[in-house]
Design a protein around this ligand. Structure first.
Ligand SMILES: [Zn+2]
Length: 412
């Protein structure tokens, strides 16, 4: 008797439209076959629908989410930060947990198996945002794997030692990565990155920086980040999110920067939704990292949502497939296989989660969703509902689970 069996599902990306049975035991795939004779304590028939790998959301600010109704949508990044800054001192632990919980539940309904959230740390909010994020990580541990980035906002002066101590304290409490932002730091950016990487080495954490979230071509911190990553021996453990100014760097310099970040094994996370909304208001430039060139240079490029219905981005629903679809539009990418990988295996790699390329095979982690579409449909193109979601071999959303706390719609 297996823990769980999904029957008649068509695994994505296998090139075959054959309906397969998938049996799961102890959180892992036990067997995949056209017919599995053994029964499951719980069984679902996917009816020939598409089976997706567990989706991964590598960049989400839960502490800012769902504040658009209070703060409105901003006109640029500085305005968004200013709007959020007005409210930060008043955000309570209860409010932070409630809004975070709402968005994580949306993510689970979209088939997200792992997500990384950034939590602000400075002397204004102290460790409140981190504590809320760690509470959410614990609360959802049996439904989605949450990573927390202890994130120093751009407003913290480099010599604010109290804020640095709080950042280290946050990492000691269980945050997975340290983060900050380079774009508005000017000549201090190198010193900031050095301190961040030193701290990561000292506490054994990963690094996830907002790098050059600007269209000022003079702001070019990626070569220095690549140098520091190699100096500190952090290859494969550093993520550069945004990388907007790389899109307006002259071609020769851009190629050299891409070579350096590939050599340092820095992961890049493109965040098309927020960049399209906030960047380039005056210039008309769109501000999304040059994904095709990065991929050609063998850089791992993943995709994230960044913001959900807040001043930085008044839309969004924590569906990685939506972010992937917009990445395809903004980056003029037609490769739907890559786009789905950008919100699954590639995002997992950026988060340090090892995933087998054979995600639907015996021994693999059993985190999937059944999409309400056929095996020939492109999930990035059609954004199908995902009525059945499995996390580590356990059903966490099943058909009939409402998306709102409302009664079912009936005929009269
Ligand atoms: Zn961000």
């Amino acid at each position: 008797m297996h823990d769980l069996v999904i029957r008649n599902a068509c695994p994505w990306g296998t090139g075959a439209a054959a309906k397969m049975d998938i049996a799961m035991d102890g959180g892992r795939v036990a067997a995949v076959a056209v017919t599995i004779a053994g029964r499951g304590r719980e069984e679902w028939d996917a009816g020939g629908r598409l089976l997706l790998p567990g989706l991964v959301e590598p960049h989400l600010h839960l502490d800012k989410a769902c504040l658009a109704d209070v703060l409105g949508g901003a006109v640029d990044l500085v305005d968004a930060r200013t709007r959020f800054a007005r409210l930060r001192p008043a955000l309570t632990p209860r409010d932070l947990v409630q809004r975070g919980r709402r968005v994580i539940e949306w993510a689970i309904r979209h088939g997200v198996a792992a997500l990384r959230t950034h939590a602000d740390v400075d002397r204004i909010v102290g460790l409140r945002h981190v504590e809320a994020a760690l509470e959410l990580k614990e609360m959802f541990a049996d439904r989605v794997a949450v990573q927390v980035v202890a994130f120093q906002p751009a407003s913290v002066p480099l010599d604010d030692e109290a804020s640095w101590r709080m950042l280290e304290d946050a990492l000691g409490r269980g945050c997975d990565a340290v983060g900050g932002t380079t774009g508005s730091r000017g000549p201090e950016a190198s010193a900031l990155m050095t301190r961040m990487l030193e701290l990561a080495v000292r506490v054994g954490s990963m690094v996830d920086l907002h790098v050059d979230e600007t269209l000022d071509p003079a702001v070019q911190n990626l070569p220095e980040l690549a140098r520091l990553t190699r100096r500190f021996g952090l290859q494969g453990r550093v993520t550069a999110s945004h990388c907007c100014s790389l899109s307006v760097t002259p071609a020769a310099a851009r190629a050299e920067t891409i070579r350096l970040i590939a050599e340092a094994q820095i992961h890049v996370i493109a965040l098309p939704l927020t960049n399209l909304y906030l960047q380039g208001r005056d210039s008309g430039l769109r501000g999304v990292a040059p994904v095709a060139e990065l991929l050609a240079g063998e850089v791992n490029v993943a995709c994230g949502s960044d913001n959900v219905q807040d001043p930085f981005l008044p839309v969004g629903n924590a569906d990685p497939l939506l972010a992937a679809q917009v990445l395809g539009l903004a980056g003029q990418l037609a490769d739907s296989r890559y786009l789905l990988e950008s919100v699954s295996s590639r995002a997992a790699a950026a988060m340090g989660i090892s995933v087998s390329p054979d995600w639907c095979t015996a021994g693999a982690a059993a985190s999937f969703s059944v999409a309400d579409c056929g095996p020939a449909d492109d999930p990035v193109a059609c954004l199908p509902p995902r009525p059945l979601v499995v996390f580590n071999g356990r059903v966490v959303r099943k058909p009939g689970d409402g998306t709102h706390d409302l009664p079912p719609i009936r005929t009269h």
